[in-house]
Design a protein around this ligand. Structure first.
Ligand SMILES: Cc1cc2nc3c(=O)[nH]c(=O)nc-3n(C[C@H](O)[C@H](O)[C@H](O)COP(=O)(O)O)c2cc1C
Ligand code: SF4
Ligand code: SF4
Length: 253
């Protein structure tokens, strides 16, 4: 059995949770980065003997459309999937069922599903520092249970919460823009999962292509890419109540 870790993780929170699960599932890990716009994902081919940790963040209670497109291109050929949805302590709504449907269309067999919490990538004070030690312990226990299911040859598909049809997707509509500190180094353009930043002139961004993933804000070495402060304050106010109170990780087996 080969273990794949297939992640769409623009700011690293999703990958942190997936890493904990993959490490405990054991074996050599083959990583596939779904944010890499240069990869041809139709060339990613698994076998029925393989297992994949397939991890995405929740954007407005849905799987980011770009991740859906890239997962759909993978040739899973009956590989088992542990679905992982990582959210910012508000809610993940239909993300796991959409990931379930997308993974099945790509040819995965669904073995388990996990919801985990990571720092909110837009409003970073929510779920700050998560996944933390408490999450690590919980996710490690989940991986042990998944390993036991694999060892018992139990191929049953878990019941996963969420609605079909999925909730309407609502773009965050927050397009980070360069500030006067931008040196036009091009790092953000190189790393933008949606190729929304002009490589020749990184001060230009295609707002219609931007998925508001916040990677450009996270990777800029000069803290020179920012979302509008008034919009950010409005998001903070909107999320304050919904993000209050620690939400636990969940396992569906
Ligand atoms: C555009 C966008 C929409 C989001 N929508 C939600 C949401 O509906 N519910 C929630 O709890 N967190 C939401 N988040 C927070 C992310 O799901 C969370 O921070 C996740 O860990 C980000 O993954 P990453 O660190 O791998 O990029 C959203 C973040 C972004 C950028
Ligand atoms: S990474 Fe920062 S400094 Fe470099 S081009 Fe992007 S915004 Fe400008
Ligand atoms: S420009 Fe938009 S899509 Fe590209 S990294 Fe920044 S927030 Fe993400």
């Amino acid at each position: 059995m080969r273990l794949y870790e297939i992640c769409f993780s623009p700011t690293g929170g999703t990958k942190k949770a997936a890493d904990i699960l993959a490490k405990e599932l054991g074996g050599e890990i083959f990583s596939v980065d779904l944010t890499d716009s240069k990869t041809d994902f139709s060339g990613v081919s698994l076998t029925a003997e393989d297992t994949a940790v397939l991890a995405v963040p929740s954007y407005g209670g849905r799987v980011p459309a770009l991740a859906v497109k890239r997962i759909a291109a993978i040739q899973a050929n009956g590989a088992s999937a542990v679905l992982v949805c990582v959210y910012g302590n508000r809610a993940y709504e239909d993300t796991l069922v959409e990931l379930q449907d997308t993974a099945k269309k790509a040819g995965f067999h669904i073995l388990a599903a996990v919801a985990a919490v990571a720092e909110h990538s837009i409003a970073r004070e929510f779920a700050a520092g998560r996944p933390d030690e408490q999450d690590r312990i919980q996710l490690t226990e989940f991986a042990k249970s998944i390993r036991a299911k694999i060892a018992a040859d139990n191929a049953s598909e878990p019941a996963i919460p969420g609605n079909r049809p999925y909730k309407k997707s609502s773009g965050a509509g927050m397009v980070p823009k360069p500030t006067k500190d931008c040196t036009a180094c091009g790092i953000c353009a190189e790393q933008c999962p949606a190729q929304a930043i002009d490589r020749a002139d990184p001060k230009k961004v295609d707002s219609s292509a931007c998925i508001s993933c916040m990677r450009c804000v996270a990777v800029c070495p000069h803290s020179a890419r920012k979302v509008n402060a008034v919009m950010l304050a409005a998001v903070h106010a909107m999320l304050k109540k919904a993000c209050a109170g620690r939400k636990p990780c969940e396992l569906y087996l």
